[in-house]
Design a protein around this ligand. Sequence first.
Ligand code: AMP
Length: 184
Amino acid sequence: MIALFFGAPGVGKGTQASLISQREGIPYLSTGEALRNAIAKQTEVGKLAQTYVESGGLVPDDVVTRIVDETLKQPEFAKGAILDGYPRTTAQAEALTEILRGYGKAVSVVVNITVDTETIVKRLLLRGRKDDKEEIIRHRFGVYAKETAPLLDYYTNAGAAIKTIDGDAEVEVVYERVYTSLNA
Ligand code: AMP
C-alpha cells in the first residue's frame, strides 16, 4: 500500500500517519520531519531548506523529491509506504508518479484529514513549533489551499481512493476513522 496523508497544517496528519505506520508496520516518511532534522544538523539540504521552512514557504521541488527518492530506495519500503507532507505541488505529484512507476507501483489511497481553520490555528499556537506563529500559520494555509489542495483532483483522476476524514476529535477517535477507512 502506498498511502498519502493530506490535510492543511495542523489537522493532525503527522500524528495519524505515524500511528498507522507504527501499528500497521508500514514504513513512514515525513518530508517536514526530514527537513527539520536536516536543519538541526545543518547539512547542505538543511542550510538550503531553512529559510523556506521557517517562513512557511515550500522548499524547492527537486530538494524534497530527492529526499523521497532516496528514502523509497531503502529495502523496507518494498512493503509499502506512508507519505506525510509529500507531494505538495503538481510537479512533486508527477515526480512521485515517475518514482513509483520505476517500482511498478502507484499511490493507492489518499487520506485527506479536514478540520475547521480557526480550530487548527488554536491547536497550532498550542503546539508552538518554530513555524507555528499566527502569521506564518496563515501563510502555510494559503500555500496549502493554492498548491496542495488541487492535488486531490490529480489523485482522483489517477484512480486513487480518496478518504476524507473529519479530524476534529480526540487522537484515538480520529485514528479509528482513519484505520476503518483504510480497511474498507
Ligand atoms: P510539515 O511538517 O509537513 O508541516 O512541513 C513543514 C515545512 O517543511 C513546510 O511548511 C515546508 O516549508 C517544508 N516542507 C515539508 N514537506 C514539503 C514538501 N513536500 N515540499 C516543499 N516543502 C515542504
